[in-house]
Design a protein around this ligand. Structure first.
Ligand SMILES: Nc1ncnc2c1ncn2[C@@H]1O[C@H](COP(=O)(O)OP(=O)(O)O)[C@@H](O)[C@H]1O
Ligand SMILES: O=P(O)(O)O[C@H]1O[C@H](CO)[C@@H](O[C@H]2O[C@H](CO)[C@@H](O)[C@H](O)[C@H]2O)[C@H](O)[C@H]1O
Length: 498
């Protein structure tokens, strides 16, 4: 294991470097604020060649009302890493080793290789305080179904819109065959198991192949004060997941791209939407079987409606014009308080077209069970209503239409959107025997809830798209439903009035 230069001076310091760089990263949550960085903990991986320093830091950003924890893996090199110019965090002088080039580690092949080796249990994380010591607080868990020994041949960071940082790994297996994997490095850490690891791992363990194969994950315990707040000198600990490795499906597109292409070409997407509805129902059934389901209690209903109200309040802060709709929003929440609700179970939690891949051989494959990144982890890890997922995908068809309309002023995608939404709901009904449209008040409330979440998400991340969820809120509340409503029939659960 590596020698640690405990008395070396660094100019600038690591905290200073990270603080200056972090605010511009896609995963930095408090957009527009200047990060105020406090170091909580760190650990290292060893470079087998003994040349590159690899250190993962856990930093708290104190610039907002509550500290937010970020995982910041870095590599330290004695010369620039070719082709990684955009991943350079900065340079610093090390009083013993000289000039160091500091990189965002997911872009560095040395980090990628050691991360996967650690997840599979082949190497241990090392202390960043003491030379030649294992860091016991970092623990790897190989998924029970992963029987291979994969070694990274090359790696590259996934390009595109992402809340975390995923690295695609071209791997060699024990028999020499090649197998692509992907490891997601979680950026914002909160105490508790990450639902992506728990739910996808649980589905795979139960034999569900509508999700990629799970390889394993890495978790960490960091110091906190007695209240659980991150504190470098704290004597308590919190636990959270750092990274999740899984099978990578190469050359497949997500449903967002496929749908947008169909829309641009003037083609229908109803057959695919119906298949997606059926796949969604299949995964909901598998989730209930693998991780359980239970009756929805009055407390569950009250809590979910309270969360809806709080989300509405946040959306009004981001988009004050929404205040005109307050009475109409309240009517939606009152209606669901009186409706009958289906069972509680684990769900996807942030379901949209970008979370589903179209595999030519395996059909629709669902990804990213992490839930909504703007929601606290404890909320995301609870059983919830499957209608939330259904509403998420219904909203996503509206988003596809909305983004097409933004790109083509004057065009209307409304008929295309309505047809996709109907087909998706038909597919869900066919597979599950339950028509989500039969739970109309609840479906509307979850659609509204998602649209209000999206208002906040777009205001903070993509202001030019804010009109898409804002228009949806107006449409939902103006009583002009985009869909035609449920066909009559015995399969629709009845809503109850008090
Ligand atoms: N196993 C996989 N196989 C192929 N592509 C994947 C896989 N996992 C993720 N991707 C691609 O990466 C994108 C981002 O992954 P995701 O898990 O949604 O990350 P995040 O939670 O950070 O948004 C997906 O939309 C998909 O295009
Ligand atoms: O994929 P993530 O887990 O990071 O989810 C977040 O980002 C999504 C955008 O990338 C956002 O989804 C919204 O935009 C999509 C189009 O880009 C659209 O298909 C979705 O329906 C819409 O909600 C998601 O809400 C957010 O949590």
């Amino acid at each position: 294991m590596a020698e640690i230069h405990t008395t070396a001076r660094l100019t600038p310091g690591k905290g200073e470097l990270v603080g200056a760089w972090m605010g511009d990263q896609r995963w930095y949550a408090a957009k527009g604020r200047r990060p105020s960085v406090r170091r909580i903990a760190s650990f290292r991986f060893d470079d087998p060649a003994g040349r590159v320093g690899v250190e993962t830091m856990l930093v708290a950003d104190d610039s907002g009302p509550h500290p937010v924890l970020y995982q910041v893996p870095l590599t330290y090199r004695d010369a620039p890493l070719g082709g990684a110019e955009r991943a350079l965090v900065g340079t610093m002088m090390h009083s013993v080793l000289g000039k160091r080039w500091v990189y965002d580690a997911p872009h560095d092949p040395v980090y990628a290789a050691q991360l996967l080796a650690c997840i599979q249990g082949r190497v241990r994380a090392a202390s960043s305080q003491r030379s030649d010591a294992v860091e016991e607080s970092v623990v790897a868990a190989r998924h029970p179904s992963w029987v291979h020994e994969a070694t990274v041949v090359s790696s590259k960071v996934l390009s595109g819109e992402q809340s975390n940082t995923s690295v695609i790994l071209d791997c060699a297996l024990e028999d020499g065959t090649r197998r692509p994997l992907i490891v997601k490095v979680f950026r914002t850490l909160q105490p508790g198991a990450n639902p992506d690891v728990e739910v996808q791992g649980g589905l795979r363990a139960a034999g569900c192949d509508r999700v990629p194969e799970a390889v394993g994950h890495l978790s960490w315990s960091w110091p906190t004060d007695p209240s659980g707040a991150p504190d470098a000198d704290g004597e308590h600990v919190a636990y959270g997941d750092l990274a999740f490795a899984q099978e990578f499906l190469p050359g497949v597109e997500d449903a967002w791209r496929v749908a947008l292409r169909a829309l641009a070409a003037g083609e229908t997407f109803t057959t695919q939407a119906a298949g997606l509805g059926a796949a969604t129902a299949e995964v909901h059934r598998a989730l209930a079987e693998a991780l359980g389901s239970r009756e929805t209690t009055a407390q569950d209903r009250a809590r979910i409606v309270a969360e809806m109200r709080s989300r509405h309040a946040t959306a009004v802060t981001e988009a004050p014009a929404l205040v005109a709709y307050d009475p109409a929003v309240e009517r939606v929440y009152e209606a669901v308080s009186r409706a009958s609700w289906p069972a509680m179970q684990r769900i996807h939690g942030d379901y949209h077209l970008g979370q589903v891949l179209r595999s030519p051989s395996r059909g629709w494959i669902l990804l990213d069970f992490e839930g909504e990144p703007l929601r606290p982890l404890a909320e995301r890890a609870r059983p919830d209503q499957w209608l939330r997922d259904v509403a998420g995908m219904v909203r996503s068809f509206d988003y596809a239409g909305g983004s097409h309309e933004l790109a083509h002023p004057g065009a209307s995608a409304r008929d295309w959107v309505a047809a996709c939404q109907e087909a998706f709901l038909d597919g869900y009904l066919e597979e599950s025997g339950t028509d989500p449209r039969g739970l109309g008040a609840l479906l509307t409330a979850f659609e509204l809830d998602k649209a209000l979440y999206e208002v906040v998400y777009e205001a903070r991340n993509r202001p030019t798209w804010l009109s898409i969820p804002l228009d949806a809120v107006r449409r939902l509340l103006d009583g002009r439903p985009a869909r035609t409503g449920p066909p009559p029939g015995p399969t629709h659960p009845q809503e109850v009035t008090p």
